[in-house]
Ligand binder design. Structure first.
Ligand SMILES: [Zn+2]
Ligand SMILES: [Zn+2]
Length: 396
């Protein structure tokens, strides 16, 4: 259990994490770290099985703590059919010949992967009532310690309440060799934190929502560190990868500490996730979460900067935005170097993501502020041109 004393109304923040192992050959320690469990159920996809799953299996078998493995079908999307598969395969057929017995469940769920595999495993662990841990194969998102699983249900994406990982095992060598797009996605998920925390401060002022300065500062500091080292992301240095991972973990810790994704998700997540949902609705495979969030972050930062210059902006909000402008500018500069792909170029989709994003979840953000002032539609329309100009006009 991690703990942090605080001066906010929660007084003490806790997270149910037992072990965090971040090192160059962390996978080799998996059996030792999970020595308290006897029937470990491994969930992975085809790629993560090759990258780490097979080795994890070997080590758990040697230690006598292995149960079995589920390999999620391709494409390994976090949808209900994949959760269903992993749930069905969680049990063994030991009870088949005895009608008085139930299927024999594992005593631990181990996700080997990131993103989808982690979301699926978290749901399975929550439903069968055993703890779970993750062997991360890419620094692509901050959901390792998250308390929810966003899952595709039909043509919708629904955020299900879950539990968070008790064990986090991150092998730096494996992460450093992850596909470059996954590294970019991790940075994309991190740069959004500036917008998320500014939104949180905005909501505190307008709605009186609970706000914790210590958690907010912890996430902002981690974001700063991640951005500084991200300029050399393509070199895949262990130190850079570690800074990205630290950032993602601290941001996840902020979620666990407050019991809400508020410190890690605001306008940029609501718009990015709406774009994801719009793809799902059309039966398309959505972009990586961190890539969508990265795209929406540029939009949201440009939107805040536009509002800063606007006479209709309340003076208290202008003061608030001013604090964040240096950080926004750093992120906008960073994009010139690392170039997170910009995929939402269709104006209709872009604008609809903003308009629908406002109510993606119940959360007061910049979008609601603009909506209440009758300015959202105008801003959604004009920020498209500015974002495109920024991403395709001035960066090249
Ligand atoms: Zn606090
Ligand atoms: Zn995220």
């Amino acid at each position: 259990m991690l703990e942090m004393e605080c001066t906010c109304e929660q007084k003490k923040h806790t997270a149910p994490i037992k072990v965090t192992e971040i090192s160059e050959n962390a996978v080799e320690k998996v059996a030792e770290i999970l020595k308290d469990y006897k029937r470990i159920y491994v969930i992975c996809d085809k790629n993560t099985y090759e990258v780490a799953g097979r080795r994890v299996e070997e080590l758990l078998k040697e230690a006598g703590s292995y149960s079995h493995t589920c390999i999620i079908d391709e494409p390994a999307l976090p949808n209900l059919s994949n959760v269903g598969k992993a749930l069905i395969e969680a049990g063994t057929d030991r009870a088949v010949f005895d009608i008085n017995e139930f299927s024999y469940n594992p005593d631990f769920v181990l996700a080997v992967g990131s993103g989808s595999v982690n979301d699926i495993s978290r749901m399975v662990s929550y439903r069968i009532g055993v703890e779970y841990g993750v062997v991360a194969t890419a620094p692509s998102m901050d959901g390792y310690i998250s308390v929810v699983a966003p899952l595709i249900n039909g043509n919708r994406k629904i955020i299900y309440t879950c539990t968070s990982a008790r064990y986090i095992i991150i092998d730096l060598n494996i992460c450093a060799n992850a596909p470059y797009e996954l590294l970019l996605a991790g940075v994309g998920d991190m740069i959004g934190k500036y917008v998320a925390i500014l939104d949180w401060e905005l909501s505190k002022k307008v709605t009186g929502e609970y706000y914790c300065e210590k958690v907010a500062n912890m996430v902002l500091e981690a974001t700063g560190k991640c951005i500084e080292s991200a300029t050399v992301l393509s070199e895949r240095k262990i130190e850079t990868i570690k800074n990205t991972i630290d950032g993602l973990l601290l941001s996840g810790l902020g979620i666990a500490y407050t019991g809400s994704s508020r410190p890690a998700s605001g306008t940029e997540h609501m718009v990015g996730q709406t774009w994801e949902v719009m793809d799902v609705e059309k039966g398309k495979t959505p972009q990586l979460h961190g890539i969508e969030v990265g795209e929406a972050t540029f939009m949201a930062m440009l939107m805040y900067k536009k509002l800063y210059e606007d006479d209709r902006c309340d003076s208290w909000l202008r003061e608030l935005i001013e604090k964040y402008i240096p950080a926004f500018d750093k992120v906008l500069e960073l994009q010139k170097i690392i170039k997170i792909p910009f995929t939402v170029t269709d104006k209709e989709k872009f604008v609809e993501g903003i308009m629908r994003g406002r109510t993606f979840r119940v959360r007061y953000t910049l979008l609601q502020y603009l909506f209440d002032k009758g300015m959202l539609e105008e801003y959604a329309d004009s920020i498209y041109d500015e974002t495109m100009k920024y991403c395709f006009g001035t960066t090249d």
